[in-house]
Ligand binder design. Sequence first.
Ligand code: IVH
Length: 671
Amino acid sequence: MSIPAEISQRAAELREQLDLHNYRYYVLDDPLIPDSDYDRLMRELQSLEQQHPELIVPDSPTQRVGAEPLGSFGEVRHRVPMLSLDNAFSDAEMVDFDRRVRERLGAHDPIRYAAEPKLDGLAISLRYESGLLVQAATRGDGSRGEDVTQNVRTIPSVPLRLLGDDWPAVLEVRGEIYMPLAGFERLNQRAWSNGEKGFANPRNAAAGSLRQLDPRITAQRPLAMYCYGFGEIADSPLAETQSESIRRLTRWGLRISPEMRTVEGIDGCLGYYREIGEKRDRLDYEIDGVVFKVDSLAQQRQLGFVSRAPRWAIARKFPAQEEMTRLLAIDIQVGRTGALTPVARLQPVTVAGVTVTNATLHNEDEIRRKDIWIGDSVIVRRAGDVIPQVVRSLPERRPADAHPFTMPQQCPVCGADAIRDADEAAVRCSGGLFCPAQRRQAIRHFASRRAMDIEGLGDKLVDQLVTLGMVETPADLFGLQLAALEGMERMGRKSAENLLNALEKSKQTSLGRFLFALGIREVGETTAQSLANYFGELEPVMQADVEALQRVPDVGPVVAEHVFTFFRQAHNQEVIRALIDAGLRWEPIAVPDAASQTLAGKVFVITGTLSRPREEIKQQLIALGAKVSGSVSKKTDYLIAGAEAGSKLTKAETLGVAVLDEAGLNRLLEV
Ligand code: IVH
């Protein structure tokens, strides 16, 4: 049965378009059409192929995935061996290399080199015959590798068919398969959330993914490839230089490093090494050095190779970013916001030229996930300016006296309870404002304009006072003496007097401001004011249990918990007493009696245009004991709908929530 000509023509057209868009997207990183259009073309081709299976060709874009798992990989003999590279670990070794090259060539002028990053992935050889990908093989021992064709076919940046038609009949391209960092992070996050261990680094992840016997798994892994060299090429070379030959590959849809360029002589090499070194941390893939290749292919032939490595190329390696050392202890650091961070104390080790003695461990979950015990041998990584990290432990080297770590129950600085939020990995000190570790930040907040509004007590002065030990808690501010202040740097008699006056003036405050100034977690100005309005005085706020706190408008279970815990801390109670003894005062707020709370517990949502400002209506409702929320849900009792009410009205109607217009609202407010 033959397929109608227009159908096979359409299939060919779709294949060509999809190949082009794939190239624009994965190779040039410059798509021409949105993903949805690409998906539509793909679906059209898939459905044509389903109706007419004879249309399916191995290089069809639909054929990247879905091959059956293999029992084992076949063996591939490399017709042109896959060489390795000599390394240079210093500028001096680079100078030696360049001198040897010039001597062998008898060259007087500087040599031109093709330079590019050395990717940290795994080497692969692709074989194209008549423009079709027929084989992909790993390096193996350089002469024999493994046949990983089915897996490599799933990598989007590897063309199954070369673009154009001016390629050699046989073209073997060599390059590096790697995993971009973003994809690596995502893969590990997914593994961790499934309780799996994840990969130690992107290189292992790339290698593990490529050596999967089931290509369907490889297809789900974010792999990519850069081409940097050649194996067999039928007939004549592509060009006269390394750089031109590599650039030629892009025409056929193969991907090359955007960092590749030529440099002149040893100075050019050293400059390029430095430049890429500075860029290293901003690249989306790991590199472990840069590679220099004599650019002229004629000169390459003249130089030849020794044993396994060419004389015309060298890898200038970056200093290693990972070293092994011993984890001696885990200390707890309390941050400015009260987060307790475990910090690894390490046997000092030099990583990339810097001595590392501490490294962050982030949080308890991370320590458990990485299976890190105190006493373990660990791999420490330091990249650029980034804080050193403990990458992983080596449990196989674990000594008998090693022991697991547990997070302390109390803040090591102030002794307040350390609390772990239900939905957060971090553990925090509940001492809040009064924990010395959080002091600086807390006193800054206490003095700030919207809190106690102590004029002239800016961040710099607070830092100075704390550093000099003159202020430990906010209460100490009110005990400052003129003589001591005058003695401080950049502080004259006049400014010292002004500060004391401002402190005196700030003592007359409001309960809302005072509660806000305490810096209780998640208690902003509005919530502080609600607490003040509801309880009227400080003492009942301090005594309230979580249930009572939740009756306050704006206060949910999380905030209630923070407020409750804050006032349970003995240290916090002491500082509050000291503040009151120092003379802080406010007018008590008249608390409405129960009889006037006609709307107690009712939840309102306000929407649409009304004749008065929404805030005014909101305050009126709150005064009658109601809660006002921003969105309609099953818990909403009334929706106040003004003119042109939109989606909230629709939602209220579907949920069966009572809807009031302005007249209805007014009747409710009158009773
Ligand atoms: S050229 C004869 N260029 O490094 C030339 N290799 O240490 C051989 N590699 O097996 C390789 N990036 O896996 C070359 N831009 C690059 C490279 C690179 C990474 C790897 C490759 C090779 C190993 C040699």
